[in-house]
Every structure is written in C-alpha cells, then in structure tokens.
Design a protein around this ligand. Structure first.
Ligand SMILES: [Zn+2]
Length: 337
C-alpha cells in the first residue's frame, strides 16, 4: 500500500463511531480500567452532531476524540534511545526525555488516559514530580486532551507554540478544520515558543521548529540523545497530514497552503537519525521496533526518514489541493439558475 495513503487511512480522524467507543468501554470494564471507563462514558454519551469546518452554525458537541482503539491500548514503556522513552499507548507517540535537571514529556494523549501514561512513567522508575515541562506538538484532542490531567499529576509547566496557544485555551473549539468536533479540556500555555526557540533542562536542549498547516502552531521538536559516546539527532515530527482538510477558501486559515508547504520543507531539512511521531504509523515505528527486538540494534535509525515522511505527506497534500482547486473552479463555471 502506498505509504501516505496508508497513513491517511489509518490516522484520519474522520471515521469516528460511537459504537467503537462503546466497544472500548466494555473492553476496559472487563479489563478493570474503571477510571478510563467513566471518562469515556462521558465522551460517548450524547449523540454526535458532525459538521464541516467553517460551515453551518457552531454547535457544542461532546468530545468525539476516541476514534481509534489503539489510542487507549496499554503499551509496555521502553527505552527508544539514550534518555528517550516511549510512555504512550500503542497508537499515540508520547515520549519522556529524562534529565537530572528535570524531565520533559512530549504530548498528553486523549482525555481520560493520563493514568495510563503516568503508570508507564512510574513503571520505568521515574517520578512524576520530576517532570518539569510538558511539551505539546499540536492542539488536537489526541495529543492535547490529557494535558490538563498530566499537568495536575506532575506539577509540570506547559510549553507549546504561541500560534497554537489560543486553540489550546479554547479546548480545540473553533478549529479551522474540525470546528467543534473534537473538544478537549482547555489548557493554558505557561511558556509559548516560536520557530527556533529552545527549551533547556540541564544538558538537555530541545528546539522547536514551526511546521504549521495541520494546525497553525503545529510544532516539530528536536534534541540529541546519547548512549555512551554515541549521540543521535532525535526528531518528534509534527503531523503533516491534511485528512479531509478544507484547503481552498478556508477563511479560518487563509494561509493553510503556504503553511503546509513550509512544514514539508522544514521537516525534510532537519538532521534526523531517529524520527518519532504523534502517530507511530507516520514513521513505521512499530515495524522498526519489532525489527530491533528481533536483533537489529539500529532498526530505529534512519537518516532518510524525515525526508521520506515529508515527501509522502507533500504528495498526498498536493493531490488533495489540486482536486479541491479543480472542484472550486468547476463550481465557479457552473451558471447560476
Ligand atoms: Zn492532529
């Protein structure tokens, strides 16, 4: 299957079914995950009124965030490389980067799953109270939904792009693409960053790279992790996908096309030894982990991967854009009756 198509299909947040959530609630109830059950019951309870971004009246709806069971699937935490650890559920990239001066956590998962992430961190032997910063990649419910809970559990401060801070504060409401479809608990940014800004915790230096498009403030984060004398460039790539996005005539995000193109160029140009992502499939993460577990120690290392991901995403985006432009000009040519 073509990689970008595969990614778009697997991670397009458009296929939500209440039935899926009910299935998960039953499954979790049987697994004894009572806290998640109550949180997800709230999510699943009301009827869902979907609407297209930018069209029709704003309707407050319940969060429809959980559209993929893997986003709450328990996952054994493990070391990615050096001081970088995977602590998320199977279907979401949530990473802990440790430093004696205070750890950094990237992203917070969906609403109601903070306990899963917290438990993974404890399982590794780290203290929640030693997390100094939580960094958000972009203001969508599957990466920002658990931030409020995690900030409370850790006492950390939130770092996110200045451009996404308003969307985080609105809890995902009035998203330029999703409008009010995927709300999450509103959260205030303690430290707003822009392109090239650095976050320091002792020797750990993390750099923010603006990769807008998917959201206005979508951010890619880079840092170096070492094992002995071997140090590698790690990249948490911001999402570059545009599932069902309105790319032509989007009054809420008029620069969406230029923004996406900036993002593709930025990701393609980064020094990138290990690429990590908000959704593991974007960088074939689990396939690589399986190879590593099977005895290929460097299976996660691929300096071409950031470039390949950006190229795939760009191809997918340009095809969507061409189609939407053709449709727009066809409808402009249709005479009015
Ligand atoms: Zn997103």
């Amino acid at each position: 299957m073509h990689r970008s198509t595969d990614r778009a299909l697997r991670y397009s947040p458009t296929s939500f079914l209440v039935a899926d959530v009910r299935f998960m609630i039953n499954w979790m109830a049987s697994a004894g995950l009572a806290g998640l059950v109550s949180a997800l019951s709230l999510i699943a309870a009301p009827a869902v009124a979907h609407e297209s971004a930018g069209s029709g009246p704003a309707v407050a709806v319940a969060s429809t965030c959980l559209n993929d069971p893997s986003w709450v699937a328990p996952q054994r935490p493990f070391r990615v490389f050096g001081n970088t650890w995977h602590v998320g559920p199977t279907g979401l990239g949530v990473f802990l980067i440790t430093s004696p001066a205070g750890h950094v956590l990237i992203d917070g998962g969906i609403p109601g799953q903070a306990s899963l992430i917290a438990e993974n961190i404890r399982t590794l032997g780290f203290q929640l109270g030693d997390i100094k910063w939580i960094v958000n990649s972009h203001a969508h419910c599957d990466h920002a939904g658990g931030l409020t809970e995690l900030l409370k559990l850790t006492g950390a401060r939130l770092v996110a792009s200045a451009a996404d801070a308003p969307l985080l504060a609105r809890g995902g409401q009035e998203d330029p693409q999703y409008n009010n479809r995927f709300p999450f608990p509103p959260v205030r940014v303690d430290r707003a960053v822009g392109d090239g800004d650095q976050l320091r915790s002792g020797d750990l230096v993390m750099t923010a790279h603006a990769t807008p498009g998917h959201t206005k403030g979508n951010t890619t984060w880079t840092w170096r992790s070492c094992e002995g004398q071997r140090c590698l460039n790690l990249v948490f790539v911001g999402s570059l996908s545009a599932p069902d996005f309105k790319l032509v005539g989007n009054v809420r995000h008029p620069t969406v096309v230029q923004d996406f193109r900036k993002g593709f160029a930025k990701v393609a140009g980064l020094p990138c030894d290990i690429a990590l992502a908000p959704h593991p499939g974007m960088v074939d993460f689990w396939e690589r982990v399986a190879k590593r577990d099977a005895g290929e120690p460097d299976a996660l290392i691929d300096p071409t991967l950031c470039r390949a991901y950006a190229a795939d995403a760009r191809e997918d985006f340009e095809a969507k854009l061409a189609k939407q432009r053709a449709e727009a000009s066809a409808s402009a040519r249709t005479p009015r009756k």
